[in-house]
Design a protein around this ligand. Structure first.
Ligand SMILES: [Fe+2]
Length: 339
C-alpha cells in the first residue's frame, strides 16, 4: 500500500500546530510537528517528508532560514515549503520567495484554502518527480551500450548546477540545468557499443561515428519547449570556445551557455573516471589538465568566464565526485549498466 503523504508543520506555538493537525489528519495526511527550524531540519534528515508548512517568526531558526537550509541541501530541495505568516506584507513575501518558498498562506488560516493549497502542491510535486524520473530514465537508457560510467550523468548535472549558481544565474535556470544536463550523451544510444567500449583510441572512421552523437541526441530530445535546454546541451556539449569542436565548429558565444557549462563539467568527470583507453586522474590531475592543457585538451576550449568559476569551485566539485562516485543510482537501482 502507498504510504500516506506526510506533512511537516513547523510553528513555535502549540495551538497553531494542533490546529493544522486537526485540519489535515481527517483528510488522510500524516502530520509531523516541530517547534522551530532547527528541530524541523533534524526531522527532515530522519523522515521522508512530502511538504513543509512553516511559520515565519520562530526562535532558534526562523522560517526563512529553514527554507534556505532546505534549498541548500540536495537531499531536501525537492520538498516544497509553504510559508504561513500573519505578516501579510510585500517585504515578507519577497523575503520568503527569495528563500525559496513554494507558496504562502496567511494567518488566520482559512481551512478550505489550506487544504486546496496542500493538495495542489503535492499534486504538482508528483508531476515534477515523474518528469525528473523520466529524464533520468532516458539518460540511463542511453548508457546501456556504454562502459560503466557509474553516476557520470548525475554528477555532470550536479557540477553544472554548481557552476551555474556561482555564475549568478537564477535559481530556476540552475535547477533546470541540473536536470537537463543529464541528457548530454543521450545520442550515444545510436553509437555502436564496440566503438563506445573499445579498448584503445578510436580510429578516424570510429571517431566520425562518435561525432554523430550530439546530432542524434538533439533528434531524440526533439523540440518540446520544456526540453529546449536539454536539446541545446546534447547538440553543443562538444563545441569548443575556440571553434575547434564538433558538430558545427561553433565559436565563443555562438555556443549556448548551458552547453559551455556542461562541456567543462563533462570534461572534469571524464578525466576523473576510469576509462579503458586512458588513465583516470585524481582531482589535482584533472584540474591541471583543464586549466593548463595536455595533448588533447586546451584551456582555450572553454569559455574563460566558466573556466574561472570552475577553478573557484574545484574543491566543491571534488567533494561532489567523492560523495556520488559510489552512491546507488536513483530509481531503485534499476540501471542498465554493463560491466
Ligand atoms: Fe558527449
Amino acid at each position: 500500500m502507498e504510504r500516506a503523504q506526510r506533512i511537516l508543520c513547523v510553528d513555535d506555538e502549540d495551538f497553531n500546530l494542533e490546529l493544522l493537525e486537526t485540519l489535515l489528519v481527517p483528510h488522510g495526511y500524516e502530520v509531523e510537528t516541530a517547534s522551530d527550524g532547527k528541530a524541523a531540519l533534524e526531522l527532515l534528515s530522519k523522515k521522508t517528508i512530502d511538504l513543509v508548512l512553516a511559520d515565519v517568526n520562530m526562535p532558534v531558526m526562523n522560517g526563512h532560514e529553514l527554507c534556505r537550509a532546505v534549498q541548500a541541501d540536495p537531499d531536501l530541495r525537492h520538498i516544497p515549503v509553504v510559508m504561513i505568516t500573519s505578516l501579510d506584507n510585500r517585504e515578507n513575501k519577497l523575503k520568503s520567495m527569495e528563500a525559496g518558498a513554494a507558496e504562502f498562506l496567511s494567518k488566520p488560516i482559512d481551512p478550505a484554502e489550506l487544504l486546496l493549497r496542500v493538495r495542489n502542491m503535492l499534486g504538482y510535486r508528483a508531476y515534477e518527480e515523474a518528469f525528473t524520473y523520466l529524464i533520468h530514465s532516458l539518460a540511463r537508457a542511453a548508457e546501456a551500450n556504454d562502459i560503466d560510467t557509474g553516476n557520470h550523468i548525475l554528477r555532470v548535472g550536479e557540477y553544472s548546477a554548481l557552476i551555474a549558481r556561482e555564475l549568478g544565474l537564477p535559481e530556476k535556470y540552475v535547477e533546470n540545468l541540473r536536470l537537463q544536463a543529464t541528457l548530454h550523451d543521450v545520442g550515444k544510444v545510436h553509437v555502436p557499443s564496440h566503438i563506445l567500449r573499445k579498448d584503445g583510441p578510436l580510429d578516424a572512421a570510429e571517431m566520425e561515428e562518435m561525432k554523430k552523437h550530439p546530432g542524434f541526441g538533439a533528434l531524440i530530445i526533439g523540440d518540446h519547449p520544456r526540453l529546449e535546454s536539454g536539446r541545446k546541451i546534447a547538440l553543443c556539449h562538444h563545441e569548443k570556445w575556440d571553434g575547434t569542436g564538433y558538430p558545427e565548429g561553433l565559436k565563443g558565444e555562438q555556443i549556448p551557455l548551458e552547453a559551455r557549462i556542461v562541456a567543462i563539467a563533462d570534461c572534469y568527470d571524464a578525466l576523473r573516471n576510469s576509462r579503458v583507453y586512458k588513465p583516470c586522474y585524481d582531482h589535482a590531475g584533472a584540474v591541471r589538465i583543464i586549466t593548463e592543457g595536455d595533448a588533447r585538451l586546451k584551456p582555450e576550449h572553454f569559455d574563460p568566464k566558466v573556466l574561472e568559476i570552475f577553478k573557484r569551485v574545484a574543491p566543491q566539485l571534488e567533494a561532489l565526485y567523492e560523495k556520488m562516485k559510489d552512491a546507488p543510482p536513483p530509481g531503485g537501482g534499476g540501471t542498465l549498466m554493463i560491466k
